[in-house]
Write a protein that binds this ligand. Structure first.
Ligand code: ATP
Length: 199
C-alpha cells in the first residue's frame, strides 16, 4: 500500500485544484517558509479523518477553507481527495485503488466519500484504522511531537504502545459500547420510575 495522489481544492493556501503525485519510496516537499508545505501534511491528516482543529493548526475547523488573499476572494468549501494504491489488499475493501474524499462547506456541512460513493466519517476511519492508517494512529509525526513522546508519562507511553499493537480501535469500540450501556441504564431507571408512577 502506498499513497498515490493527493488533490487539494480550496484547502488552506491551495485555492486552485492542486494534485501531488507520490511515487513509492521517500517523497520530500521543499519550499520557502510559508509556501504551504505543512498545509499539505494538514490535508493528509484531514482527509484521513482528523477532527481536531488544533491538530490542523487552526482555531476552528472552518479555518481549513481558503480564506482569501488580496487578489482572490475566500472560497465556500475545502475539498481534499487521497488516492491509495491497494494492490496488496492492505485496506479491507475490494478495490486495488481507493480514493477517499472529504469536503467541508463554510455553512458547516460536510461530505465524505470512498471511491466516489458518499459515506460517513466513521466509514473512512474504520477503513483506514484496520491498516494502521488514520486519525490518532501516529502515522503523521508533527513538529514538536518527538519531544512530546520523550516527555510522555508512563500512562501516555502505554497509550502509544497500545496504538502500535492495534488495541486502540477495540478500546474506542468498547468506550462507545459502554456509553450506550450507560444511556440504556438511564432509560431503564426512567422506565422503572414511570412504571411505579402508573401503579
Ligand atoms: P514553514 O517552512 O515556515 O513551516 P510552510 O511551507 O510549512 O512554512 P504552511 O504553514 O504550510 O507553510 O503555510 C502557511 C501559509 O498558509 C500562510 O501563508 C498562511 O497564510 C496560509 N494559510 C493557512 N490557512 C489558510 C487559509 N485558510 N486560507 C488561505 N491561506 C491560508
Amino acid at each position: 500500500m502506498h499513497l498515490k495522489t493527493l488533490t487539494l481544492r480550496g484547502f488552506k493556501s491551495f485555492a486552485s485544484a492542486t494534485t501531488l503525485n507520490f511515487e513509492p519510496g521517500v517523497t520530500c516537499v521543499v519550499g520557502p517558509n510559508g509556501s504551504g508545505k505543512s498545509n499539505v501534511v494538514d490535508a493528509l491528516a484531514w482527509v484521513m479523518g482528523e477532527q481536531g482543529a488544533k491538530s490542523l493548526r487552526g482555531g476552528k475547523m472552518e479555518d481549513v477553507i481558503f480564506a482569501g488573499t488580496a487578489g482572490r476572494p475566500p472560497l465556500g468549501r475545502a475539498e481534499v481527495s487521497l488516492t491509495i494504491d491497494n494492490t496488496d489488499g492492505a485496506l479491507p475493501i475490494e478495490y486495488t485503488e481507493v480514493t477517499i474524499s472529504r469536503t467541508l462547506f463554510r455553512n458547516g456541512g460536510s461530505e465524505y466519500a470512498i471511491n466516489g460513493r458518499g459515506c460517513r466519517l466513521l466509514d473512512i476511519q474504520d477503513l483506514l484504522s484496520d491498516s494502521g492508517l488514520g486519525r490518532e494512529m501516529h502515522v503523521i509525526v508533527g513538529q514538536g511531537q518527538l519531544d512530546a513522546v520523550l516527555r510522555a508519562t508512563p500512562e501516555e507511553r502505554r497509550g502509544f504502545i497500545e496504538e502500535a499493537a492495534g488495541v486502540l480501535k477495540h478500546r474506542k469500540r468498547k468506550e462507545k459500547a459502554l456509553r450506550k450501556l450507560d444511556a440504556m441504564q438511564a432509560n431503564l431507571v426512567r422506565l422503572g420510575d414511570l412504571t411505579s408512577e402508573i401503579r
